[in-house]
Design a protein around this ligand. Structure first.
Ligand code: NAP
Length: 333
């Protein structure tokens, strides 16, 4: 292990303030402290990875850096009795890929407290088709259920439907029998969205209301909202009585204003989702659900697999929202 060198995506800050990325060799000693070394089998792309790749200092303070917030793989060395060589494991969130060297590399070293044993009935590859995106959706859906929004309650809107969070949301909601409206800016992806479970598809602009009316026609019972800004304001005003909105993303804005009336006249609930720091007992519960009773039926349709050498153009496509489906990275290819 001592002399191990391996391939990693390395993002560097140039003297002119720009950032550049390339695949380079890294030495095992360059990995941060931690109890467990994992040989990464698969990772996947999240918007946060794009931000770290693009030099966003709100996500990653110091460069050179290797992004990648999600990993699945095999333990190759462990100082912690909870894990031993050969164990199949996964890591999502915490500080991985943010200020800790991440999973766009053949090896990571992390604290044992971050590691989830791979559930039976889930492969290393399937766990990264879910990744943080699927885990986030599962947290939101559990919250819907806890406030009584079930598959019989009404339609669920998914915004940013072809993105990682959107695609997994549709797949999991479909498995659970919900009726799904997908909102997308990509007309060429309508067939894909129908295939994975959307029963109605609307454009991004059809969601946004610019009239400012405090209450709009009730169009959905709940929303998986990944876009933010005007989209979030509009979906709140069109949510049915006792409905709920899971605030997940900020692709088009991190500030919104809205009306108080949907809250006091329709009794809606607005809640935020934070996945990175989810406590371990809830993490284990969610991964068990994703591996068993919530396990999606069709993994094959929803992902594209790339190698580490192919990752840079895939990350660049996330900049303007032209990326679609779940992109997984096979570190053994
Ligand atoms: N709260 C949490 O714990 C958590 C966890 C995971 C992700 N997130 C956040 O959730 C968001 C989505 O993440 P992701 O990984 O799914 O990103 P992604 O794969 O890049 O997907 C984002 C999707 O948003 C839509 N979009 C892009 N630009 C848009 C625009 N100008 N107007 C409207 N829609 C636009 C696109 O879908 P269409 O073309 O289909 O409209 C795009 O595919 C990000 O903001 C991310 O930071 C939060």
């Amino acid at each position: 292990m001592n002399n191990l060198c391996f391939k990693a995506l390395i993002v560097e800050e140039n003297p002119d303030g720009n950032f550049s990325a390339s695949i380079k060799q890294k030495h095992i000693d360059e990995l941060p402290q931690g109890d467990v070394i994992i040989k990464v089998a698969y990772s996947c792309l999240n918007y946060k990875d794009y931000l770290s790749f693009a030099g966003n200092k709100g996500i990653t303070k110091k460069y050179p850096h290797t992004p990648g917030i999600d990993a699945s793989g095999i333990v190759v060395s462990s100082q912690n009795s909870k894990f031993k060589e050969g164990d199949k494991v996964l890591v999502t969130g915490y500080d991985l890929g943010m200020n800790t060297s991440g999973a766009f590399a053949e090896y990571i070293r992390v604290p044992a407290e971050w590691i989830v044993p791979l559930p039976d009935n889930l492969t290393l590859k399937e766990s990264m088709i879910y990744g943080t995106a699927g885990f986030t959706d599962a947290l939101a859906i559990m919250k819907f259920q806890s406030i009584g929004i079930t598959s019989n309650s009404g339609k669920i809107l998914v915004t940013g439907a072809t993105g990682a969070v959107g695609t997994l949301a549709i797949s999991i909601l479909k498995k659970l029998g919900y009726t799904i409206i997908a909102s997308t800016g990509k007309p060429q992806m309508h067939d894909f969205l129908r295939k994975i479970g959307a029963s109605e598809i609307i454009s991004r602009s059809d969601v946004v209301d610019e009239t400012g009316r405090p209450l709009l026609k009730r169009r959905w019972k709940a929303v998986i909202e990944t876009v933010g800004g005007k989209t979030l304001d509009s979906v709140i005003r069109a949510t049915d009585n006792s409905g709920a909105i899971a605030v997940i993303g900020n692709r088009t804005g991190d500030v919104f204003t809205t009306s108080i009336y949907p809250f006091i006249l329709r009794g809606i609930t607005l809640f935020g989702i934070e996945t990175a720091e989810t406590e371990m007992p809830q993490r284990l519960e969610i991964w068990q659900k994703l591996a068993n009773e919530w396990k999606i039926n069709d993994f094959e349709s929803i992902y594209k697999e790339v190698s580490l050498n192919e990752i840079i153009p895939e990350l660049e496509k996330m900049k303007d929202g032209t990326q679609a489906k779940k992109i997984i990275v096979n570190l053994e290819r």
